[in-house]
Design a binder for this molecule. Structure first.
Ligand code: SF4
Ligand code: FES
Length: 255
């Protein structure tokens, strides 16, 4: 199959002789169940400023070369968590990855995150991921005692779960976890991170319930401490550390 290419890839001809634009190849793993049961790689060559992001490149390909290319994105600024994908073999957010940082001299590979069923191209079925999130009850649980004013918390108590409040539910961690690849029943790092956020919140009273949920055979003990999740997290959350803290809380029942 011929590589789809933007018409003016010659810089001088395109009037970009003195510009930073380069011709980069994006090698994208395509899958369309209505066409074939097999996924296949397809190359796209585009003229692009390497200071732009992978998401800009995907937009350019979709809008100018192939409108059937399918991917998720919303905010384009690292907040909604919808555009996690494997870029050059590593989980990243397309909107937070600059082309110049991923060696555009070589073809840049882009594929769907692993461990979740691919629906089309870069779009996966996120239902199992969000089900695990729902299962850990990611909301404040209290047992009566309605306060007459806001529930107070010291800065020190807030600090205990500050890191895990930053999660944007992008699934980069869970879909980089070898345990999750082998057994999609495992809760996965993201669900544990979001359980941590409430277990260590001094205002919450559902910690014991959440710990019991994570004490399950598909729970926190499945973690093999490979640190893939921490490396993958675009928010810089110390995911493995959070999982270790939940394990310790299960043993000591102190949290
Ligand atoms: S912990 Fe990080 S990688 Fe995992 S879902 Fe949250 S933001 Fe994404
Ligand atoms: S598009 Fe929202 S995080 Fe990338």
């Amino acid at each position: 199959m011929a590589t789809p290419t933007l018409d003016k890839t010659d810089k001088a001809e395109a009037g970009f002789a003195d510009s930073p634009y380069i011709t980069a190849t994006f090698r994208i793993r395509r899958f369309n169940p209505e066409v074939s049961d097999e996924a296949q790689w397809q190359d796209f060559e585009i003229l692009i400023d390497p200071k732009e992001r992978v998401l800009d490149a995907l937009h350019k390909i979709k809008w100018e070369l192939d409108g059937t290319l399918t991917f998720r994105r919303s905010c384009a600024h690292g907040i909604c968590g919808s555009d996690a994908m494997r870029i050059n073999g590593k989980n990243r957010l397309a909107c937070k990855t600059l082309i110049k940082d991923i060696n555009p001299e070589k073809p840049i590979t882009i594929e769907a995150i692993k461990g979740l069923t691919v629906l089309k191209d870069l779009v996966v079925d996120m239902d199992p991921f969000f089900q695990a999130y729902r299962d850990v009850m990611p909301f404040l649980i209290t047992k009566g005692n309605e306060p007459t004013r806001e529930r107070l918390q010291s800065p020190e108590d807030r600090e205990r779960f500050d890191d895990t409040t930053k999660c944007i539910l992008c699934a980069a961690c869970t879909s980089s976890c070898p345990v999750f690849w082998n057994d999609g029943q495992y809760f996965g790092p993201a669900a544990i991170v979001n359980a941590h956020r409430f277990i260590f919140d001094s205002r919450d009273e559902g910690g014991e319930q959440r710990l019991e949920i994570l004490n399950d055979r598909d729970g926190v003990w499945r973690c093999r401490t490979t640190f893939n999740c921490t490396d993958a997290c675009p928010r810089g959350i110390e995911v493995t550390k959070a999982i270790q803290e939940v394990k310790r809380a299960l043993i000591t029942r102190r949290f």
